[in-house]
Design a binder for this molecule. Sequence first.
Ligand SMILES: Cc1cc2nc3c(=O)[nH]c(=O)nc-3n(C[C@H](O)[C@H](O)[C@H](O)COP(=O)(O)OP(=O)(O)OC[C@H]3O[C@@H](n4cnc5c(N)ncnc54)[C@H](O)[C@@H]3O)c2cc1C
Length: 317
Amino acid sequence: MVRILGLGPSGAALGSALGEALAVDPNKRYYKACGEAVPVETPLVSREFVVDAVRRYRFFLGKREIGEVSYGKPRWYIVDKAAWVESLRATIRPSEDDDDVVVDARGPYASRGGKLIVAMAYVEGVRRDDETADFIFPPGLTGFFWVFPHGGLHNIGGGFLGVDNPIPLVKEFASRLGGRIKLIKGAPLTVMPEVDLGVEGRYKVGEAAGLVYPLTGEGIRPGIISALALADSLGTRKPLDEYRRKMAPVIRQIQLQKRLLRLASRIASSGGGISLLADDALLRDYIEEELSAKGLFLALAKRPIAAAKLVAALLRR
Ligand SMILES: Cc1cc2nc3c(=O)[nH]c(=O)nc-3n(C[C@H](O)[C@H](O)[C@H](O)COP(=O)(O)OP(=O)(O)OC[C@H]3O[C@@H](n4cnc5c(N)ncnc54)[C@H](O)[C@@H]3O)c2cc1C
């Protein structure tokens, strides 16, 4: 029988896919600071938990807009993550059997790699275009603020390298937008993760396994994908090999994003300009072949200079 430690999206999705498990979480109800944005193709997201949608993205350096892209249909859903995770938890039949397999799904508390505290707030009274997600790269900081629509409210947050407590920055940013904060909180996020799927019989899924995309901090979709991949692999002759094989495309993407960040960091610290970044073969591969395939950076593929500026802004100290 399978014992699951941690019932966030990854652990709850695994339990739900298995149907029966011995599931443990110190928190009776799931709630964690999050932007609650998932690509529309994310498995297991049912429409009843979708509170908003995003089909336009805008990028700002300070106040100046540096890029914008719109789609005819939504590319992201904004979900009520807590209610969605509760609904997944509710489908797990408790098991009494001895556990011969243990799965660590404890999120950032169990992951390897640097951690950063990222803060989010539900904010009312902010006027913004519908179905639009904004990313704002403030001068002098390495990281970004986001403004996501959230069913009549806005989810506003941010995280920055070298800033231990981003809550005052998010408060100040939200009030500059004319918003009133209804709730604000922070949580750790694994940045520059070291992917570790565990060992035979003792597996890891989701953020505990380091499955977070370093450039965007997106952890929900890779977490769900890993849970479903492990559930499918457990019945096979060599579950860990099978699990690794299924996760290979996600892991390659994470490694590529890490290499890109390291490379850009090196160029930025040696005084190289944005043009160096845009000319670099790795960045070209990244933009043209990897991120262009899906997700947030799709449009920036057509605008390499804007993409390079974005990365440079992300890394600027
Ligand atoms: C502010 C912020 C904004 C974010 N925005 C987004 C976003 O918009 N989109 C996105 O895709 N990702 C986002 N992320 C990342 C995303 O929240 C996580 O990567 C995702 O929730 C990982 O899911 P998980 O189930 O692997 O881990 P978690 O969601 O962290 O769940 C871990 C679970 O383990 C439990 N646990 C902890 N310790 C123990 C223990 N000792 N024993 C048993 N259980 C334990 C916890 O109570 C929790 O229920 C954001 C993160 C932060 C901090």
